[in-house]
Design a binder for this molecule. Structure first.
Ligand code: SF4
Length: 211
């Protein structure tokens, strides 16, 4: 099943609540755009052109969380620009999950694996070696990423932890100017491959960590 039952039940409860209250209009999804800037420049992307005058603007974390609380939609889609370059993305995701929202991160995929590697490093202990070996065998992480994970994460910074309430939605138009070198091209190719494999772009490593 693509959408777990608990999530469907949460959305159904939201609809029933507002029907009973006879709310004339209510939000199902909040599209939250904490920033408009992006690390790519895809052909045909209206976003980075329409918002060319506000590419440097960012919505403060507190304002993002307050908007979600005020809107009270069960789902929050964090878009951009590229949300994974928002400097408070981890705190934003944690805050939305604390509000019991279903969170979608609409990303071009370039920094997705890095965020999941951060998570694995934050929870690493030698008992996780079998999982690491499995991820390596399935090509979901590289040897270099495994080495990073084994170092752990001592800085105490928040991470984005996989949960059934969090979805990765990989989107990208034709990338013509990847910023940041060859790795970006590889990551975008990986994002396309992931998208093909799972239909709507859910991240295979994230899925694996939920199993
Ligand atoms: S990744 Fe998305 S937001 Fe960024 S340039 Fe491409 S289409 Fe636009």
């Amino acid at each position: 099943m693509r959408f777990p039952f608990v999530l469907s039940a949460k959305i159904a409860a939201h609809i029933v609540k507002h029907k009973l209250k006879r709310t004339p209009r209510f939000a199902m999804v909040l599209q939250l755009e904490p920033l408009h800037t992006c690390n790519l420049s895809c052909t045909g992307c209206g976003r980075i052109r329409e918002y060319s005058t506000s590419l440097k603007d960012m919505v403060p974390l507190e304002k993002c969380l307050a908007a979600a609380a005020e809107c009270d939609a069960p789902m929050v889609s964090i878009c951009g620009g590229e949300p994974l370059i928002y400097p408070h993305i981890e705190e934003l995701v944690q805050g939305l999950l604390a509000q019991k929202r279903i969170v979608y991160i609409c990303t071009n995929g370039v920094f997705m694996r890095r965020k999941l590697v951060d998570y694995l490093a934050s929870v690493y202990d030698p008992g996780r070696e079998p999982l690491l070996k499995e991820l390596l065998a399935e090509g979901l992480i590289t040897e270099a990423q495994a080495a990073t994970i084994r170092k752990g994460r001592a800085n105490g910074k928040p991470v984005i932890a996989p949960t059934k309430w969090l979805y990765w939605n990989v989107h990208v138009d034709v990338p013509v100017q990847p910023l940041g070198g060859g790795d970006d091209r590889l990551a975008v190719r990986a994002a396309f491959a992931n998208r093909r494999r799972l239909g709507l772009g859910d991240e295979p490593l994230g899925q694996k960590l939920l199993e």
